[in-house]
Design a protein around this ligand. Structure first.
Ligand code: ADP
Ligand code: MG
Length: 402
């Protein structure tokens, strides 16, 4: 990954050209109302830079999972309206992806065209060459700025670089640069803080981090599978029984590598999600489930975090969506904010971790808040992202360079 050089949008000759920009505008949408518009805002710097250089734009994105069919609830129009407002430009929003309306708008002198939801077309997820051809023929150059979708080998991500002069947008560039810092020569001590629902989602990340980090603090539901692997009783907490063996292997490797694994020693316990809670030592959990980390655990994790020079955080410490169970996640976010203020390089990734920071009004707590959940995890697992590989391999970029 580290030797892949991403062609930059700054090097692309775009003046007077129509540029296809793949963004990740996949925002939460409820009855046509946009929840959090972080992803739309994150797309602005690249779009503005291209417009400043005299390009006309064809913006495209997926939204939700319409599975190759038109889904009226997943049209991009509300997203386009917000984008138009933030960009302070008129936008031509077309009702198809590569159909007659799209072709006509892209051939016109409209400054910004927004295509319909890419996933209305079955060719998008199937990476169908005909669809790639139709999409590429709408523009003279291509920019990928959709970090959050770059772990997918979908048509709009991996196709155009083979056909058009292509480059990475500022968001994609920045995400890759920041996440690379977590994999290559990070300042020490380097601490990973992991949580969330399933240990199975995060085992590959842990595997790739074990020879890089000095310590890992693990909370959330995933901690209980580790505790079971160590022989603890965790009551009715969520456990992935089929992963206990994998986890034992991981713990043995951590010991070999000299990586300290910090696990909860006390928890907030409740009969079930939403029922009354009590903070207890893990040994006293009884038949209850752990829904958050307790104060002793918070103290230990916070001390580890505050002494670090590099921190990666992925996954909440408890069921933070319920206010009574959010104290652990808030305390960890606060400790990370303190580390950041002390000059540590801190990164948060994962959709729910980002949602937690937003709900605490603490998005500024980290040096970098990744816009890509799955994409940042795959990157940290050490996998090449198809979108990044396609751009690095694109042989045609020179044609379009200034
Ligand atoms: P991210 O999106 O940041 O990677 P995950 O998707 O892995 O995080 O996990 C987030 C979910 O984990 C949240 O919905 C949260 O409620 C849940 N969770 C965290 N701790 C627990 C717990 N102790 N018991 C049950 N669910 C938990
Ligand atoms: Mg999640």
């Amino acid at each position: 990954m580290s030797d892949q050089r991403l062609p930059s949008v700054d090097e692309l000759d775009v003046s007077g050209k129509r540029v296809l920009v793949r963004c990740d505008l996949n925002v939460p949408l409820n009855d046509g109302v946009i929840g959090d518009d972080m992803r739309i805002r994150a797309a602005l710097p690249t779009l503005r830079a291209l417009l400043d250089k005299g390009a006309r734009l064809v913006v495209c994105s997926h939204l939700g999972r319409p599975q190759g069919r038109v889904d009226e609830g997943l049209r991009l129009a509300p997203v386009g309206a917000r984008l138009s407002e933030l960009l302070e430009r008129e936008m031509t929003i077309v009702a198809d992806v590569v159909g007659a309306e799209a072709v006509e708008a892209c051939a016109s002198d409209a400054e910004v065209v927004l295509l319909e939801n890419l996933r209305f077309e079955p060719g998008e997820e199937a990476n169908d060459p005909d669809f790639v051809g139709a999409l590429s023929s709408l523009a003279d150059a291509y920019v990928n700025d959709a970090f959050g979708a770059s772990h997918r080998a979908h048509a709009s991500i991996v196709g155009p670089p083979g056909r058009l002069p292509s480059a990475a947008g500022h968001l994609l560039h920045d995400e890759v640069a920041k996440l690379e810092r977590l994999l290559h020569e990070p300042d020490r001590p380097y601490v990973a803080v992991l949580g969330g629902a399933k240990v199975s989602d995060k085992l590959d990340v842990i595997g790739n981090l074990l020879d890089r980090v000095d310590a890992i603090c693990i909370g959330g539901a995933m901690a209980f599978t580790l505790l079971v692997a160590q022989g603890s009783d965790v009551g009715r907490s969520l456990v992935e029984d089929d992963r206990v063996d994998d986890v034992r292997g991981m713990l043995a490797r951590a010991e070999d590598e000299g990586v300290a694994i910090h696990l909860p020693t006390d928890v907030v316990a409740a009969q079930e999600e939403g029922s009354p809670h009590e903070t207890v030592a893990l040994a006293d959990i009884g038949d209850r489930m752990g829904v958050d980390i307790g104060p002793t655990t918070i103290g230990e994790f916070a001390q580890t975090i505050i002494g670090a020079r590099t921190v990666l955080w992925n996954g909440p410490m408890g069921i933070f969506e319920i206010a009574d169970y959010s104290a652990g996640t808030l305390a960890i976010a606060t400790a990370i904010a303190e580390a950041t203020a002390e000059g540590a390089f801190t990164v948060a990734g994962g959709g729910d971790s980002a949602a937690a920071l937003k709900s605490f009004d603490m998005t500024g707590a980290v040096s970098h808040l990744s816009t890509g959940g799955g994409a940042s995890l795959e990157f940290l697992e050490g996998k090449d992202l198809p979108g990044v590989t396609a751009l690095s391999k694109a042989t045609d970029t020179k044609k379009g360079r200034a």
